[in-house]
Structures are given as C-alpha cells and as structure tokens.
Design a protein around this ligand. Structure first.
Ligand code: WT7
Length: 628
C-alpha cells in the first residue's frame, strides 16, 4: 500500500459559546496537554490520587515493549470506587441507575441499593464456588441485573465476559469456550419490539461442548416463570444471598478485570483483556474530563454493556465518577421514533452518547419526531463507533442540540478502553474530524516507517506511548497482541487510516482494510460515504472496492435512500456527479446500487467485508457478529 495520499480537508468550523470553556473541567486543552507532556507519570498520578486504593503504587508505569504495567503493586477493588466510596461520602440516596423498559416500566436504584444488590449477588457467586480469577459469562438483556452481575464479578475478583444478547448460539459458544467461563448468567428472555426473544434456549445450546461451565444462573423476568430443567440451572433470586456485606476482594493493579470480545468487522473475534487499576483510572479520567460529568447530570449512553462503550461509559466510568446513569431496553424506533426523545424529556437527560448509525436513522425519520419533545435538559452530545459524517454532525447539532450543545465525536476502541481522540467541549468543532488526542494520549498519523506525514496527507493512525487503560493481551493469543505493537515501528497500530489538518485535528478515514486503491490512489471508504451522505437523497451509504483490470479497484456504492426518494438512473448519475464535485473524479463510484438495508455488526458498524464478499461471490468468512 502506498503510505501517503492527499485528502481534501476544507469544511466548516463551529465555534462554541466561549463561556463554555470556563465551565468545563478541562476547558483549556493546551494547558492540560502541556501539563501532561511536562511529566506524564505525574499527570496520571494526580488522577489516580482522586480514587480510593487499598495500597498505593510503588511506581506509576513500567514499559517493557509491548507490555505496560500501571500503578505497580497497588491494591484496589474497582467496585469500592464505584459504590462504597459514594455510599460513604453522602451519596447513599443519590440515584445511581434509572432503567426504562420497553413498555415504559421504570426501576430506580440509589447508590445504597445498587451497592447492596451487588454484594448480595457477589456473595451468591461465591456460594456457587466462583473464585478470584474465574471467568463468568454474562449473556443478559439490558436490565439493571446485567450491571449488578458485572459489578458482583468485579467485587470478588471474577473476570467477567459480557456477551451482547443479540449474538446467536455459535458466537456465544465460542466466547464461552475461549474464556473458559465457569458460570453463565442469563435471563429467560429479552423483550424487543414487543416480542419475546428467548435467551435461555440459546444458552442451553451454547453450553454443549463447553465443559468449563458449572452452572447457568437464570433471571426469570416473565410470568409464569420458565421451567428450569437440569440441575446445572439455578434461579437468579436463589443465588442472591441475604447479606449486608460482601467484602471487596483485594485485587492487584494488573489482575484481569474483564475479557471482551471485539465486534470484529474484520477477522474472527479477539478476547481483549483489561486489568483493574489502569482501566479504572482511564475510564474515570475520561468520564470526568470528556463528558464533564457533574453531580446533577443524568447520563445516557445508548450502547449495551455488551460493548466496550457500555463497559466504560455505562458501568465503570460514570459510576466511578458518582453519576446517575440511565439505561433502557427499548429500541430507538419502537413503538415509534419518538421513544428516545421522550425519555430525554421525561428524565431530564443532560448528557447523551450514541452512535452515528442511530443518528442517521433519526435523520431518515424526519425532524418532527424530536421536535415533539422538550430536549432543553441536554448539555452535551456524544458520538462513537463510526465516522460522524459532517451531514450527520450538523443534523445532530441543530435538531437535537439546538446549536447549544457541544458535540463530542470520540474516537477509541475496545483495545484502548477509554476515549483517545476527541474535541473537548468548548473547543472549535470541525465536522468530520474527531479532534485532537486527549491530554494523556500521544497519537499521530504516520507512514509505513512510522514517520509523521504532513497535514493533508493520509496515513496510519498510531499511538506512540502506553496509556493506563490499554489492553494487556489478547486472550489465548499473545502473538496477536504483539502484532498491534509491531506492525508500524514500535507503535500501537489502531488499524485505522487518518489524516491531520494544519491545526492538528484528526479525521478518521476508515479501517485500513476498508481502503480503496483506485488507479494508485488510496481513498478512505469513510470519505466517499460522507460525500454520499451529504446528498439530500441519501440516508446511508457503504462503499467497497471491486477489482478492476485497469484501475486496480473501482468503487461500488450501496445506498439507502431517505424517505421521499426513489431509485432511478437519474438519481444514480446525480450521486456519482455529487461525489465527483466533492472529492474529485478519482473517488467517483463506478457503480451505485440502491438497497433497503446494509449488513451491520450488532454494534451498528457497516460490514463492508460482507458486502464485498457478496458482490464478488466469495465466502464472507466469520459472520457471527452480523445483525439478523
Ligand atoms: C473502531 C473500534 C470504541 C467504542 C466503539 C467501537 C471505529 C470508533 C470512531 C469515531 C470514526 C470510529 C474505528 C475504530 N471508530 N470511534 N469516533 N470515528 N471511527 O469499538 O468495536 O472496538 O471499534 O471503530 O474504526 O478502530 P470497537
């Protein structure tokens, strides 16, 4: 692959209200970044000092490429910081968790109640024979118990492996086996779009061939209670112990906290391993400084705890920061596309964190839905997971944020554990760009040799120095872990292509596997897709490369049209012309196909590899992460 290519960078800049900077914890980016550069270890130490430790560290970081250890020899338990710390400091009756069911049911847990429920289940896990270091697989719907079980594992030092409940038998089976889970915690069913989706039945099949599993704990939500057949199945409520205390296990900084299998737009799933201290410090730091979480905020991250976004910014970050989190089992468009806006209105949500795929869906439904609700409680909007196309950014900013709320487009990965690149609230926002590396993160765009490329030239996104919440290994695949740190010099290779502008703002061009090489030029799939989405007729776009004897590859675009537009040859030519005008002739799609839907991972990422395989009549490979 050629390592440098030109990218067109002009676009709008949005300047937020200058007073915003004064109110934010990290209003002055330069100041904070310079403080970090002056003494990186002291910078992280100051963050860690804000948390509770059983024993403090001897040293902040030991870097033995590609292995880092953080907060060496410290002892802690992350749940003491998520729960006990707040219960003991006057937040006993503060709401920790609000749950909204699909039918509008509500459950609210204060910090005291959440603390108690976690200890009760933790004691129950112990009574089932679960010990520090054992793996527990959590395959549950988005209900409070899903979070309680994860925290209960952390309480006793068991390693949780949360598997998103949308996955099927094969994906679940391979994750249970790879993690050697001793217990699987599930529920009878999840409710999706008014329909019951059986979960326990999937678990029953998935534990065949999984000899590590001793027990299946079943949360029976629906009446009449589903029957439990074999002796390995136990009821959730029978496991709960009536205890008022379950001591937090003393964990070493580098003991594993959890395994999480990546969503895998490319290749088979990898079991990413995160450890206790560094992950705690990283997620706490970013929740405080990126989301600027305050005592009276209601924080809603629409992910599922089955993804890293849910681990870091539903469970751990916000609870470490003592916030109020909102979760819902409801899908964004059932019973109508107003449900989410209704929830924001009802609960006065102040910080809203979602994915571009959801925003694009709302754009397609029209502005009338959000207009029906009072969204004035919102103060910060976030996005994660994919490129937030400029068009989508502007809609989010105008229709949801009423040109008042800063938009944080956060770039990070399962592997990084925490936000790495974003535009902090109060800084000028450039739609299409994620922004600059956070203080604490040394990121750059480089060529194959690891040399920085000048502004306007595309290259590989790398992280040059270790950070506290970096993954420590890939479960059962240390070789794969090493690859991350040895593909481009000695840097961490994110697998994404990117470009910087003159101000150091970074634009993500897409996964390096999704890059198209047309007539010797590299073109990021994200760029062409953003150009297409900026056309008023287009709701969603995905582009792939098709081999071509002349050009190397030609571009084929798959398009979902917005309401009110229908496929035609005329529209096809218009779209091609539109890309030509925005990106130049080289990026022009040669083929355009109008489709009703696109293959996506269950976390909402477009699987271009599946489109490509289908187009070329090839085997799509592992599709276990594909949405139905
Ligand atoms: C990949 C990581 C981290 C939470 C969700 C996904 C893409 C992530 C952005 C963004 C453009 C983004 C990258 C990255 N990605 N955030 N703001 N703009 N692309 O976690 O499943 O580990 O995926 O998602 O390609 O490498 P993940």
């Amino acid at each position: 692959m050629t390592e440098k290519f030109d990218v067109k960078l002009e676009g709008k800049t949005f300047f937020p209200d200058p007073s915003l900077r004064e109110h934010m914890r990290m209003g002055d980016y330069e100041l904070a970044y310079n403080e970090f550069l002056k003494d990186p270890e002291a910078y992280w130490e100051k963050v860690a000092e804000e948390l509770t430790w059983i024993n403090k560290w001897d040293k902040i970081c030991e870097w033995d490429h590609p292995h880092a250890r953080w907060f060496i020899n410290s002892k802690l338990n992350i749940t003491q910081n998520c729960l006990d710390r707040h219960v003991q400091s006057g937040k006993k009756n503060k709401v920790a968790l609000i749950w909204v069911g699909e039918g509008g049911e509500e459950k609210i847990l204060t910090y005291r109640q959440l603390h108690r429920e976690v200890m009760r289940f933790a004691a129950g896990l112990k009574s089932l024979g679960v010990k520090k270091g054992d793996a527990v697989c959590i395959y549950m719907p988005l209900v409070p118990e899903q979070i309680i079980v994860a925290l209960a594992c952390a309480r006793i030092g068991a390693i949780h492996s949360i598997v998103f409940a949308g996955f099927g038998t094969r994906a679940l089976n391979s994750r249970i086996r790879d993690s050697a889970a001793k217990i699987v915690v599930t529920a009878d069913a999840t409710i999706r779009r008014g329909k019951r989706v059986e979960l326990k039945a999937i678990v029953e099949e998935a534990v065949v061939n999984a000899p590590s599993v001793d027990k299946i704990v079943v949360l029976r939500r629906t009446k009449p209670p589903m029957e439990l057949y074999s002796e390995i199945e136990v009821d959730y409520y029978d496991v709960l112990k009536d205890v008022s205390e379950c001591e937090a296990e003393v964990m070493d900084a580098e003991d594993p906290l959890f395994i999480l299998y990546t969503s895998g737009t490319t290749g088979p799933a990898k079991g990413i391993v995160h450890t206790c201290a560094g992950y705690m410090v990283g997620t706490y730091y970013t929740t405080q400084n990126v989301f600027d979480l305050r005592d009276n905020d209601v924080f809603w991250c629409t992910a599922d705890p089955g993804w890293i976004t849910g681990h870091s910014y539903i469970i751990y970050g916000p609870l470490l920061a003592g916030g109020t989190i909102l979760i819902t089992e409801s899908t964004p468009d059932y019973p109508d596309p107003g449900v989410w806006w209704n929830i924001i209105d009802d609960f006065d949500v102040t910080i809203f964190y979602t994915a571009p795929t959801a925003i694009r869906m709302f754009m397609r439904m029209g502005e009338d839905w959000p207009r029906k609700y009072d969204l004035s409680s919102l103060r910060i909007l976030g996005s994660v997971g994919e490129t937030l196309n400029p068009e989508t950014f502007e809609w989010y900013y105008r229709v949801i944020g009423k040109e008042r709320c800063p938009i944080l487009d956060t770039w990070w990965q399962t592997e990084t554990g925490m936000h790495m690149i974003t535009t902090l609230a109060g800084q000028p926002m450039k739609p299409g760009f994620v922004g600059k590396p956070l203080p604490g993160v040394v990121a750059d765009v480089v060529d194959n040799n690891g040399d920085p490329v000048p502004p306007g030239k595309g290259g590989f996104l790398v992280i040059k120095e270790p950070w506290p919440s970096m993954m420590r290994t890939v479960r059962n695949n240390e070789e794969r872990y090493r690859q991350y740190w040895s593909t481009i010099g000695k840097y961490y290779t994110a697998g994404d292509l990117a470009v910087k502008d003159d101000d150091g703002y970074i634009m993500i061009l897409g996964r390096s596997d999704d890059v198209l090489i047309v007539a010797g030029h590299n073109i990021g799939s994200a760029e062409v897709e953003s150009a297409l989405v900026s056309n008023e007729a287009v709701a969603e776009a995905a582009v792939i490369g098709k081999p071509d004897p002349l050009k190397g590859e030609i571009i084929k675009a798959f398009i979902i049209l917005r309401k009110g537009y229908s496929p035609s040859d005329k529209l096809r030519s218009e779209l091609i012309y539109h890309v030509r005008m925005s990106l130049g002739p080289i990026a022009m799609p040669s083929e355009v196909e109008f489709v009703e839907s696109l293959p996506k991972t269950r976390s909402g990422k477009i699987m271009r590899r599946v489109l490509r395989a289908k187009e070329l009549g090839m085997d799509p490979g592992d599709v276990s992460t594909l949405e139905e």
